[in-house]
Ligand binder design. Structure first.
Ligand code: IVH
Length: 762
């Protein structure tokens, strides 16, 4: 809707070109797929195959009408080493504010009551299921797209995998809208999760017997659901015990929808969509609060893992009036369960070296279940925290787990303290391992358990000290091997270059065998996989009587492909990967957008960096500091020489994306064609700010039916007042807004010239 502003004829021509290219790509990909998989006679490299595959994915996501279930992008196992295409959400996928107790829930209702200027209305409560948020698009009743939440603005296209989940209908019943989006949570029920992990453990016994590496069981049902949906092979997703609970209507074009959320859930269920189980409607907030409290008591007896209850304003008109603030709607809130506590034995206090060189203590616990999850480690923050709580090795300790958060040690049970328990001391030297000057042999060896004495790696041994008033201790060696390792792990992580197969274990092996020393060295790996195959744990070993034969197995081949693919991950992810302090996904995107290339970011003066909206002086300082270090530049130059993409690609989508940047709108009254939150999000997606009160800084007010005081205020301030039709037009072709404003300001200028203040006429 918002980005398809091209006129009919141009759009048709574009679609015809796209269709013929799509057909060509499909034919080519099918042929290469057959050459590769069936005839074992590939004519093109994996990287070339991937490039064709991505081009097809991009065309199919730009022209969803060309999607077809038999496209190589939709069929099982079509793409060796495929990654998921990006899907931009038409409306952002928001998150929820939390209420940690009854008082916070009542305060939330009060804020809403003040804004709405009314006291009574109904609420809906639904379990907040711990799984993976998903946006499903149905066109003519068929599932045409499934996307993960991602960063809320864009997620990953997981259509083929979601289609393979039995619980998600590929086809709707009844009379669905011609095209619409619904949102929900894909989750793994607890029993399915236990059974799947048991199967993994059973498989491991077989794998071990065959000398293959063990598979890691999933830590919790949420990771299991997310991992199952993000599979390369849809057949694997299909084999996983997944369910879905749909909890929201996303966007819908040209269709009359129910007036309330409760009715919407009923309507979606009639279409065949499984809605969140046990949703309930309540007359007022007291009844909703009682429902939350009842849920708290029976949270563990549910078939699924839940981390709270979502309380929603039922009336969609009121939802629209309330709108959103930042990334959180005002019409819904998550009632969070209080943390769960259990006691267990703290067996050992260990430390892990962080990415900044901080030495972080943690507790190794006798395994214990808390809220359905097996816990073996808990954080201890820092030495002050350990002293304040007075926890010692051997203590019985109370540990607490709250939702997602890593479990924490709360306090020791002093009555059960062993007589010989002593205060824990911070190690005097850094225990970081895997490169440096001394042969490893310490307790924290990166090698597998029991191998520390034979490990060929090395350890840091640098001095450990506090820095100023900081509560943390740091390793003082600039080249601490653990810091080097963390930096490489961070570079390969999902928020950065997303190099699958380069996790902690493989990185440890590569470091220990001196195959890499920094992130730039990773790009030499694809050209030396034959040599790497000889490293135990990397290659595929065939045991022969005449001696072991090492072959490049799937693991190394996939790793090489993943490294190659990461080269085109883009500037923002590269910026995150470099590990510059304070740089995360959001500000990296802003920097990439503002400067367009890595060199431009790293060479920008501090003031220019700080001037980027959302960046600010602290981040600017940190970039400048990083760029002052010559070693960092050597890494940058080697990454560039390896062909890592370091410039921002500006797609057409990006260009039309924020044409309303700098404008500020207020939406008031009732609208027929689209709910207000949808209009609000669509305006925001185009770069505008949407506020709740009218001031002289308001660009214009969109006033629907029964618009009251805000309309009057706009009139009194001479802020332009536009209609619902204009809102729809503005969303479809944002450039008209500038024309309307020009027309409106022509009137203003006349008014201003007639006014007394000379400055106002500019
Ligand atoms: S409503 C505007 N309802 O919680 C936000 N979310 O913290 C719309 N979730 O990303 C969310 N169960 O993945 C909603 N019944 C439910 C939910 C639910 C789980 C998740 C969802 C969302 C996250 C927000």
């Amino acid at each position: 809707m918002t980005t398809n502003s091209t006129t009919g004829a141009a759009a048709d021509a574009g679609q015809a070109v796209a269709r013929s290219r799509v057909e060509q790509l499909r034919a080519d990909l099918l042929r290469h797929n057959r050459l590769y998989h069936v005839l074992d006679a590939a004519e093109i490299s994996d990287a070339e195959f991937d490039a064709l595959f991505r081009e097809l994915q991009e065309l199919e996501s730009a022209y969803p009408e060309l999607l077809s279930p038999d496209s190589p992008t939709q069929t099982v196992g079509a793409a060796p080493g495929q990654t998921f295409a990006e899907v931009r959400h038409r409306l952002p996928m928001l998150s929820l504010a939390n209420a940690l107790n009854g008082g916070e829930l009542l305060a939330w209702r009060q804020r809403a009551a003040d804004l709405l200027d009314r006291e009574e209305w109904t609420f809906v409560t639904e379990p907040k299921i711990d799984g993976l948020a998903i946006a499903l698009v149905y066109e003519r009743g068929q599932l045409v797209q499934a996307a993960t939440r991602g960063d809320g603005r864009s997620g990953e296209d997981v259509t083929a995998n979601v289609r393979a989940i039995d619980a998600v209908p590929n086809e709707l019943r009844g009379s669905p809208p011609p095209i619409f989006e619904v949102r929900g949570e894909i989750y793994m029920p607890k029993t399915g999760f236990e059974a799947m992990n048991a199967a993994i453990l059973a498989q491991n016994e077989e794998r071990e017997a065959e000398g293959r590496t063990a598979l890691t069981p999933y830590a919790n049902p949420r990771n299991a659901a997310a991992g199952s949906v993000r599979q390369k092979d849809a057949a694997v997703t299909a084999s996983r015990p997944l369910s879905i609970g749909v909890y929201q209507l996303g966007w819908v074009d040209d269709f009359a929808i129910p007036d309330t959320h409760w009715e919407t859930l009923g309507w979606l269920a009639e279409l065949g969509l499984p809605t969140t189980p046990e949703a309930a409607v309540h007359d007022g907030i007291d009844a909703a609060l009682s429902a939350c409290e009842r849920w708290t008591e029976r949270r563990d007896s549910q078939a699924f893992e839940m981390d709270g209850v979502v309380v929603k304003v039922d009336d969609l008109g009121l939802q629209a009036d309330l709108g959103a603030v930042g990334r959180e709607p005002r019409w819904a809130i998550a009632w969070k369960f209080p943390p769960q506590e259990v006691s267990t034995i703290l067996e050992q206090i260990l430390v892990k070296v962080g990415r900044t060189g901080s030495i972080n203590p943690y507790a190794r616990l006798r395994p214990v279940r808390v809220g359905g999850v097996q816990v073996t480690n808990a954080t201890l923050h820092n030495l002050d925290d350990i002293r304040r709580k007075d926890v010692r090795e051997g203590d019985t300790v109370v540990i607490r787990r709250a939702g997602d958060v890593i479990p924490q040690v709360v306090r020791p049970v002093l009555e059960r303290r062993p007589g010989d328990a002593v205060e824990w001391e911070m190690p005097a030297v850094c225990p970081g391992t895997t490169c440096g000057e001394r042969t490893c042999g310490n307790d924290h060896c990166g090698a597998a358990d029991g191998q520390a004495d034979t490990c060929s790696g090395v350890w840091c041994g640098g001095a450990v000290a506090r820095q100023g008033d900081d509560a943390d201790f740091y390793c003082e060696r600039l080249d601490c091997p653990a810091v080097v390792q963390r930096a490489i792990e961070h570079f390969c992580g999902r928020s950065a270059m997303d190099i699958r197969g380069l996790g902690e274990q493989v990185i440890t092996l590569l470091l220990r065998h001196r195959q890499i020393a920094d992130v730039a060295d990773l790009y030499a790996i694809p050209s030396k996989i034959e040599a790497l195959a000889r490293i135990d744990g990397l290659g595929h070993v065939k045991r022969r009587k005449s001696g072991d034969v090492y072959e490049v197995g799937d693991r190394l081949r996939n790793l090489a492909a993943a490294i190659e693919r990461s080269k085109s991950r883009g500037l923002a992810h590269l910026l995150v990967g470099l590990g510059i302090r304070h740089i995360g996904g959001e500000n990296a995107s802003l920097l990439a957008g503002a400067f367009g290339s890595l060199d431009a970011v790293l060479l920008a003066p501090r003031d220019e960096l700080a001037a980027v909206d959302g960046v600010g002086p602290i981040i600017a300082e940190s970039i400048v500091d990083w760029a002052m270090n010559g070693d960092n530049w050597s890494v940058v130059h080697r990454l560039q020489a390896a062909g890592v993409e370091d410039e921002q690609e500006r797609s057409d989508d990006d260009r039309v994306e924020t044409p309303l940047e700098g404008m500020r709108f207020v939406i008031t009254g009732r609208f027929e064609a689209m709910p207000r939150p949808q209009a609000e999000s669509a305006l925001k997606a185009l770069g505008a700010a949407v506020g709740s009160s009218v001031s002289k800084n308001t660009t214009a007010v969109f006033a629907g039916e029964k618009a009251g005081s805000k309309r009057a205020k706009a009139e009194s301030l001479s802020v332009p007042i536009w209609t619902e039709e204009q809102l729809i037009e503005a969303l479809a072709s944002p450039s008209v807004v500038t024309q309307w404003l020009a027309a409106a300001s022509a009137v203003d200028v006349v008014d201003a010239v007639n006014a007394v203040e000379p400055d106002a006429s500019t």
